[in-house]
Design a binder for this molecule. Sequence first.
Ligand code: TYM
Length: 319
Amino acid sequence: MRVLTGIQASGKLHIGNYFGAMKPMVELQEDHELFTFIANYHSLTSSKDAETLRQNTVEAAVDYLAVGIDPEKTTFWVQSHVPEVLELYWILSKFTPMGLLERAHSYKDKVAKGIPASHALFSYPVLMAADILLYDVEKVPVGKDQIQHVEMTRDIAIKFNNEYGDLFTLPEHMVSEEVATIPGIDGQKMSKSYGNAIDLFMDEKPLQKRCNKIVSSSTPLGEPLAWEDCNIYNLAALFLDEAQKKELQERYRSGKEGYGHFKKYLKELIWEELAEAREKRAYYLDHMDEVHDILAMGANKAKAIADAKMEKVRAAIGL
Ligand code: TYM
């Protein structure tokens, strides 16, 4: 089964990206035909200068490789290296009612948060539809915030197929409940643009500092703590199996430890989880030629599929 997902290159990747997208990807590549890319055209909507976007794009690629994307198994590329996606984006725009885009939560949220309302931001879901439909993808693994975009992709594909023949595979989203929305240090959805993220690859001290900023209630030491709505617990739970979660709940209930202990514990969990990835990351940062070769190989594979698909699309619509 062909599975595709993308991740933006808008700065440092965070724990939300890791559990919501990267880790599931690394697992899926074992028994699925996985396509994944760095969505740098999408990142342009929030980019301020060329050098930063360029840098963020390669860094996101390095991070992806570091956490275990295997270029032998997975087709992995940079979105703008297969520019055919922009042609499809324009064609799909014809099949996208204005009302559909006006209902997009992500657009409304971003504008409400003060991001200027540009046409690119508004039509962002159409480009995402092009990403997905270009490769005849069946499943799109994403976090909860992207479900609506996958549904819009289906709507656009259905409209095209009804008018010009069944050319596009209808994709479905794939969301795993436990990691649908990873909370940030303030308990809201973790997001770069909300300033509440814990970055994946921080040095140990800044990581501890960041964990110390997690908002928790102020129960005095000696009293049992409630784990149910605790941000620290919710983040720590991502790293734990059922038995370990029970143990942590017991530690909360015992009243012997305060939030400071759990913040330290969380830092250790993050630090350990990423130990191997940190080593791989250092390797790739030292071997950037290899990274560029991997991305070029991925773009070639993706382009061959995109070219064949675009020939059919152009023929179907009379271009
Ligand atoms: P982006 O870059 O914002 O996020 C990448 C992936 O990480 C997931 N994610 C989260 N999951 C759980 N909790 C969180 N706090 C959290 N924050 C981020 C996102 O759901 C996503 O799966 N538009 C997309 C990129 C994209 C794409 C595509 C995805 C472009 N084309 C085609 C799938 C298919 C985006 O901005 O993701």
